[in-house]
Design a protein around this ligand. Structure first.
Ligand SMILES: C[S@@+](CC[C@H](N)C(=O)[O-])C[C@H]1O[C@@H](n2cnc3c(N)ncnc32)[C@H](O)[C@@H]1O
Length: 336
């Protein structure tokens, strides 16, 4: 008997699915972790290969109904954990063949206006993905003008951050900001009109707040380090990213912790391979959605897929990664 799909399952289009499946080569079998289960698009496609075992992880409890269905259907081949992927090591105790991250928000989360991720929402300014202890409302009402400016400028890469932060502080001195549309009005009043772009004026500030509330950069850095530790030699780590901060981190990690890492300059002595190289030769190639996919799913236009192959070397914690991106980690550590 065919089971009915819930509306949730129809509402997320898995980005670069065929590319992710091809790189994961599930026909060979093995254990695969889908660190960002979402609508379950990748997990379902991987489970079609009868030799694979899939572990799904998501911080958002709202996907549990989709995950439970899969657990029932695939019994001992699928298991779901509601957790943040930074906690991978506490959940998984076996060596893994493939680990996949498809970062950011799902369209299920974006389209649910009650969650406050969309600037079309009239609801509460929330923006929590799950397992967070602050909301966007706490951030805009409690942080100082300087802290807000830095968050909007650095995490949102918003040029007009100073004015937006100043106007947030001014507005909240009259009345607490609680609704999404109140923040949208403040941002629109603060920004110069730009007729040459179709991008919504609130996009960058919303990105900044969402990243800050969910500590997305800290999660990413801790998550990819933990994943690398769990991978078998020859195992693959795949990451689909959606904005330049994420892609910069992935590219740096794969390039600088690989056997073929480049010299800082041609006058530098040749870098000898050391035991600390976590990945095999990294081909610095980014994979993007095909024109065919873009025609069907416009939100995937900013997606970039990179992957790396684990070397045989013992895992050594990549401290250099934390140091390189400490600016973001310190920012996300601000107490609200
Ligand atoms: C872009 S969606 C993934 C969609 C999925 N690949 C599919 O095909 O349906 C990202 C998902 O990752 C989850 N997520 C984001 N950051 C996370 C983290 N740090 N730990 C666990 N899940 C996370 C979000 O809640 C969201 O459901």
């Amino acid at each position: 008997m065919k089971t009915q799909k819930s509306s949730l399952e129809f509402s997320h289009f898995p980005v670069m699915l065929s590319e992710v499946i091809k790189i994961s080569s599930p026909s060979k079998g093995g254990v695969i972790i889908d660190c960002t289960f979402g609508g379950g698009g990748y997990s379902k496609a991987l489970l079609k290969f009868s030799k694979t075992k899939v572990i799904g992880i998501d911080r958002d409890l709202s996907v549990i109904s989709i995950a439970k269905k899969l657990e029932k259907k695939f019994n001992n081949r699928f298991k779901f954990f509601q957790s943040k992927f930074s906690q991978l090591e506490n959940i998984i105790k076996e060596d893994i063949d493939i680990i996949i991250f498809d970062l950011g928000l799902s369209s299920i989360q974006l389209k649910d206006l009650k969650r406050g991720f969309s600037f079309k929402s009239k609801d509460t300014l929330d923006m929590t993905m799950g397992l967070t202890n602050i909301s966007a409302q706490d951030v805009v009402n409690n942080l100082s003008e300087t802290q807000l400016k830095l968050i909007i400028k650095i995490l949102g890469e918003e040029k007009e951050a100073s004015k937006i932060a100043r106007n947030i502080v001014k507005a909240r001195s009259e009345k607490k900001i609680t609704k999404v549309y109140e923040l949208v009005e403040i941002i629109e009043k603060s920004k110069k009109k730009n007729f040459s772009t179709k991008i919504n004026p609130s996009t960058k500030t919303f990105q900044a707040l969402r990243i800050f509330v969910n500590k997305e950069i800290t999660e990413l850095i801790e998550g990819i380090a933990a994943a690398t530790k769990l991978l078998k030699p020859g195992g693959k780590i795949l990451v689909v990213s959606f904005h330049s901060i994420e892609d910069k981190i992935i590219k740096y990690f794969f390039t600088n912790f690989s056997k073929n890492k480049s010299k800082p300059s041609r006058y530098f002595p040749e870098i000898k391979n050391s035991d600390s190289e976590l990945f095999e030769r990294y081909i610095n190639k980014v994979i993007k959605p095909s024109i065919h996919e873009l025609e069907k799913n416009n939100p995937s236009r900013s997606a970039k897929l990179r992957y790396a192959i684990r070397s045989k070397n013992k895992f050594i914690y990549p401290d250099g990664l934390m140091q390189k991106f400490s600016k973001y980690l310190k920012l996300e550590a601000i107490n609200v």
